[in-house]
Design a binder for this molecule. Structure first.
Ligand code: AMP
Ligand code: MG
Length: 343
């Protein structure tokens, strides 16, 4: 059966969200937008419903989900305690693209936490997401809308083929605002540990006078058996079917030269920044945009587009690993399965 499609790109009223909210209450799945990427949502407190998410995505059962909430009362129902630093982060960044890991209360089923005693929570700023949670009257567990391992969904056109029929409703509001998933943090001994980089950066948190530590595994390769702060780190992510290589140098011209050299005589698709795209004499070029904001918005949709060329290789220009650039490079390094040339 095909999913029911709601086109929110036309000026719809929030009344339209009542039917998908009913579906959530009945333990069904709904694909909906957030400001970061699209999510596949289910009632976070309904084990059977949450199981359906894992099946729809083919997601490993020990990779926990984020519970999305629409108000602070929901948070209090789910977590044991909100510490001083967490309170500051909430005041500054919620609603928004920041996920915080807390000690969970018993009411939170093991299935959404992958058996951990902690739960990851976010209050999204996207109004459709928040209204859907409010009308469903429950926290919504929602991972990114994509088959596990593939690039996340930032446009419904990109994911409809792989997810149509697997969810009850698809709510389409066009391109998402940010394009990379939320920053995930956990506070340990008054230090904010970044478990996954996103739009809220290390620098944003440091500006509040809070110490920040970036988990080493964010850019490094996970080694079998290694201890992880965030189970997501262990899994293959964001990868097109075509082999990808990421190339970066602080010296822009060096990077361009290296890409020219690598692409010689090969059937290549190039993902290039707007400011470099005219420098390449390559037939298949896709423009990532100019600023980090544009690049983060475009990156997942372009990885999927590049895959359609059936090229031998996708070559991707890297960006500086600072600010939002760290989130972009974290996704790209994984998309390339750590095939990363840095000169
Ligand atoms: P996604 O659902 O695709 O946005 O991925 C959610 C991310 O949050 C994954 O990288 C998870 O490992 C991470 N995450 C979720 N819950 C927890 C938790 N309790 N502790 C640490 N990381 C978590
Ligand atoms: Mg994901």
């Amino acid at each position: 059966m095909k999913s029911k499609y709601i086109d929110f790109k036309q000026n719809k009223t929030y009344e339209e969200l009542k039917a998908p909210a009913e579906a959530i209450k009945e333990g069904k799945l709904v694909l909906f937008p957030t400001e970061t990427v699209y999510g596949i949502g289910a009632d976070a407190l309904n084990e059977t419903a949450v199981k359906k998410i894992y099946v729809a995505k083919g997601r490993a059962s020990d990779n926990p989900l984020i519970a999305h909430i629409s108000n602070i009362e929901m948070l209090e129902k789910l977590v044991e305690n909100v510490g001083k630093i967490e309170k500051k982060l909430i005041e500054k960044f919620w609603p928004g693209p920041l996920t915080i890991v807390f000690k969970k209360k018993k009411i939170v089923p093991d299935i959404i936490t992958g058996g951990l005693d902690t739960v990851a929570i976010r209050m999204p700023s996207n109004i459709i997401a928040r209204k859907l949670i409010q009308y469903s009257n429950c926290p919504i567990a929602a991972p990114s809308a994509n088959i596990s391992g593939k690039p996340s969904g930032t446009l419904v056109e990109d994911i409809i083929e792989e997810l149509d029929g697997k969810v009850e409703y698809i709510i389409d509001s066009g391109k998402v605002e940010i394009g990379v998933e939320s920053t995930v943090v956990r506070v340990v001994d008054n230090v904010v540990h970044i478990l996954r980089p996103g739009k809220i950066t290390k620098e944003d948190i440091e500006k509040m006078g809070i110490k920040v530590y970036i988990e080493k595994q964010i850019l490094g390769e996970y080694k079998e058996g290694e201890k992880v702060m965030s189970p997501g780190i262990k899994y293959k992510h964001y990868a097109p079917n075509t082999k990808c290589i990421l190339v970066y140098s602080k010296d822009n011209e060096k990077m361009v030269e290296e890409i020219k050299r690598l692409s010689k005589g090969r059937n290549v698709v190039l993902l290039s920044k707007n400011q470099n795209i005219e420098k390449y004499n390559i037939q298949n070029k896709l423009n990532m945009g100019e600023t980090l904001e544009e690049i983060s918005q475009n990156i997942f949709t372009l990885l999927r587009k590049a895959d359609k060329y059936n090229a031998d290789i996708i070559i991707i220009e890297g960006v500086e690993k600072e600010g939002l650039g760290l989130a972009i490079m974290n996704r790209l390094i994984r998309a390339c399965a750590h095939e990363f040339i840095e000169i």
